[in-house]
Design a protein around this ligand. Structure first.
Ligand code: G6P
Length: 366
C-alpha cells in the first residue's frame, strides 16, 4: 500500500532506490574471497571444473552475459551463457567438468528449472545457483548456492534483483579466479574494497534522477529506440532496452556498437534516439567513432558517459556523466541510469509501471 511506498510513486522506483542497501546486504559478511561463500564443498567443485555454463531467462540472462565477460577476463575460464528455454530443447555437447550456474530471482522459473534438469540428465552434476529466494525449488535442486539479498521484488520489471545478481556473480568470478591461481591477495583486497564502495557509488548515480527525467520526457514521445554498448556493457545495453520495452512499450533494440554498420544504421534518422553506454574503458575511442556514424545520419545520441570519458555535448549529442569510473564493476553503475530512464519514460507515458500488460513476475509454466 501507499505506506510501504513511502516517498515513491511505484514499487519499481522504490526498488531502484533500494539498490545501495540491498547490494550492501548481499555483500554483508563477505570479509574475504573463498569458494565456501557458495556452500560446503565448493572448493572441490571449483577445482574440478574447467568451464562454466550459465542458464537463465529474461533479466537474469543478462546478468549471466555480463558474468561471461568477468569470468573469462579475470578467472580465465571459458563461459557459455544460454537462454534456458532454448538450451533445454537443443542438442548440445555436454562436458562433465562443467560448472552449471542457474541465475534466477524467483528460483521458480519453469524454463530455468527444466534447463537445469536437462543439464543434469546429460551428466553435469556440478550445479550452482545465484538466487534471491532461499526456499525456492532452484536452491533445493542445486548443490551450491549464493542467496542474493534483494528482498521481495514487487515490480514485474526486475531491477534490484539484477544488480544483486551481478554483485554475487562478481564474487563468483573472484572465487573461481582464486581457485585457478589468478587472484593475488593484493587483487583480492582491491576488488573487495571496490565492492564495498558500491552502495555509495550507486547512490551517486541515483542522484542523477532529475537529469534523467528530462531525457525521459523526450523519450516518451518516441516509438523506437536503439541502445548501444560495447564489451561488458553490451549486456547492460540489452537490459536497458528490455526495461524500456517492458514498461514503456517503446520498441527498443540493443546492439554492440561495432555491429551498427551491419544493419541497424539503416534505421537511424532524426527520429531515432540512440542511448549509448559510454564508460571510459579500452573501447571508448571505438565507441566514439560508432557515435559519429549515428550523428552523420541525424540520430539523436543520449550518452551515459563516465566523468572522464571526454565526450562533449553538442548538436544532437546529449550527455549525462556518471560521477565515477568504476572499472570491472562499472556495469552495475551504468544499468542503474538505464533503469531510471525506462522508469521515467513509462511514467511520462502513463503506463501501469509495476504491472505491465501481458507480463508476469515469475513464469512458473512453460
Ligand atoms: C519474468 C520476469 C523478469 C525475469 C524473468 C526471469 O519474465 O518478468 O523480470 O527476469 O521472468 O525470472 P527469474 O525469477 O528466473 O529471474
Amino acid at each position: 500500500g501507499a505506506a510501504e511506498l513511502g516517498p515513491y510513486r511505484h514499487y519499481m522506483q522504490k526498488e531502484i532506490f533500494e539498490q545501495p542497501r540491498v547490494i550492501g546486504d548481499t555483500l554483508d559478511g563477505v570479509t574475504g574471497i573463498m569458494p565456501e561463500l557458495f556452500g560446503d564443498g565448493a572448493y572441490n567443485v571449483f577445482k574440478q571444473i574447467d568451464r562454466v555454463l550459465i542458464l537463465a531467462c529474461g533479466t537474469s540472462y543478462y546478468s549471466g552475459l555480463t558474468a561471461k565477460y568477468w569470468i573469462e577476463s579475470v578467472a580465465k575460464i571459458p563461459v557459455n551463457v544460454e537462454i534456458a528455454s532454448e538450451y533445454r530443447y537443443r542438442d548440445s555437447v555436454p562436458h562433465p567438468n562443467t560448472l552449471v550456474v542457474t541465475i534466477s530471482q524467483s528460483g521458480e522459473t519453469a524454463d530455468t528449472l527444466a534447463a537445469l534438469k536437462h543439464a543434469r540428465s546429460l551428466g553435469m552434476e556440478h550445479t550452482l545457483t545465484i538466487c534471491n529466494v532461499a526456499t525456492s525449488a532452484m536452491v533445493r535442486e542445486c548443490k551450491l548456492a549464493y542467496i542474493t539479498r534483494a528482498g521481495v521484488e514487487v515490480g514485474v520489471a526486475s531491477t534490484k534483483a539484477f544488480t544483486t545478481q551481478l554483485a554475487a556473480l562478481f564474487l563468483l568470478t573472484l572465487a573461481l579466479a582464486q581457485v585457478n591461481g589468478r587472484l593475488s591477495d593484493e587483487e583480492e583486497t582491491t576488488h573487495l574494497k571496490a565492492m564495498r564502495h558500491l552502495p555509495v557509488a550507486i547512490s551517486s548515480v541515483l542522484a542523477l534522477e532529475p537529469l534523467i527525467i528530462a531525457w525521459a520526457e523526450d523519450f516518451a514521445r518516441k516509438e523506437n529506440a536503439l541502445f548501444l554498448g560495447r564489451g561488458m556493457h553490451y549486456p547492460i545495453a540489452l537490459e536497458g532496452a528490455l526495461k524500456l520495452k517492458e514498461i514503456s512499450y517503446i520498441h527498443a533494440e540493443a546492439y554492440p556498437a561495432g555491429e551498427l554498420k551491419h544493419g541497424p544504421l539503416a534505421l537511424v534518422t532524426e527520429e531515432m534516439p540512440v542511448v549509448t553506454v559510454a564508460p571510459n574503458d579500452a573501447l571508448i575511442e571505438k565507441l566514439k567513432s560508432n557515435m559519429q556514424e549515428v550523428r552523420a545520419r541525424g540520430g539523436q545520441l543520449y550518452v551515459f558517459a563516465d566523468v572522464d570519458s571526454r565526450i562533449t555535448p553538442g548538436e544532437g549529442v546529449h550527455v549525462i556523466r556518471l560521477p565515477e569510473h568504476y572499472g570491472l564493476l562499472s556495469p552495475i553503475l551504468h544499468v542503474v541510469s538505464l533503469q531510471l530512464l525506462a522508469y521515467h519514460a513509462a511514467v511520462a507515458r502513463g503506463t501501469d509501471v509495476d504491472k505491465p500488460r501481458n507480463l508476469a513476475k515469475s513464469v512458473t509454466v512453460e
